[in-house]
Design a protein around this ligand. Structure first.
Ligand SMILES: [Zn+2]
Length: 239
């Protein structure tokens, strides 16, 4: 009889544990590898890997962007030799996003476009509010797609820019016109420098690779954000 009671107690505990676990996963899908990515969820442990994996799921990636209502539109495919081009380019919208990208007409790979939705919401705007008490209005960039090898060398691996899987940001402008420049303000101890470094740190939770002026002289004037499919685990960088 007593053994039966112990078994009953044991089974109740197992069932309770199972239900609790299921509910926990339902409430924190971003922290588990097998759940589907939704751009409305908070950023979690597996968000960056799922964003990078969108490179193999162009239809799903476009559906996520359409759902987010940011106004991005598919761009015509581009191809240039074996190593350059993209099939899943998105022209970033200027209506539904919280910032304008300048120059306008920016095309990135779909995973980068999707990551930028989270970047604006969870990294850029909170940092702008914290350090300046207002929103960011403009991201000044120096482009995404560029058929080139790492550091513009003549040989060696192609850059993530060769597939539009990267974006170089040179600065930001706030709603009151305040300009923050990576090359000028990175080492400043004022709000501009703290803002830029916080944006860099936050980007590391979203992009496979983030390179800032802390990395090397080639990045003294911009933040390089890319969504290389190798993902952070097993090769990405955050410097
Ligand atoms: Zn770059």
């Amino acid at each position: 009889m007593r053994t039966a009671l112990w078994w009953l107690l044991f089974l109740i505990l197992v069932a309770a544990g199972y239900l609790y676990g299921r509910e926990y996963v339902r409430r924190h899908p971003q922290d588990f590898p097998w759940t589907e990515l939704r751009l409305g969820d908070p950023v979690g442990l597996f968000t960056v890997r799922k964003l990078a994996a969108l490179g193999d799921q162009p239809a799903q990636c476009r559906a996520l962007l359409a759902q987010a209502g940011v106004g991005d539109l598919p761009a015509p495919p581009k191809s240039s030799g074996a190593d350059c081009g993209y099939a899943d380019g998105m022209r970033l919208g200027d209506e539904g996003r919280t910032v304008a990208f300048v120059p306008a007409g920016l095309v990135t790979s779909c995973p980068v476009a999707a990551t930028l939705v989270l970047f604006e919401r969870d990294v850029l705007q909170p940092a702008a509010r914290r350090h300046f008490g207002r929103r960011a209005a403009i991201i000044d960039h120096s482009g995404s797609y560029s058929c080139r090898r790492l550091y513009g060398r003549l040989e060696g691996e192609f850059s993530e820019h060769a597939t539009a899987d990267a974006l170089d940001i040179i600065g930001f402008r706030l709603t009151d016109g305040t300009q923050v420049s990576v090359v000028r303000d990175w080492r400043s101890s004022g709000p501009e420098g703290r803002f830029l470094r916080e944006v860099r740190d936050g980007s590391c939770r979203l992009f496979a690779t983030v390179l800032s002026p802390d990395y090397n002289a080639a990045h003294a004037d911009h933040l390089h954000l890319d969504q290389a499919e190798r993902g952070r685990i097993g090769g990405g960088l955050c410097r």
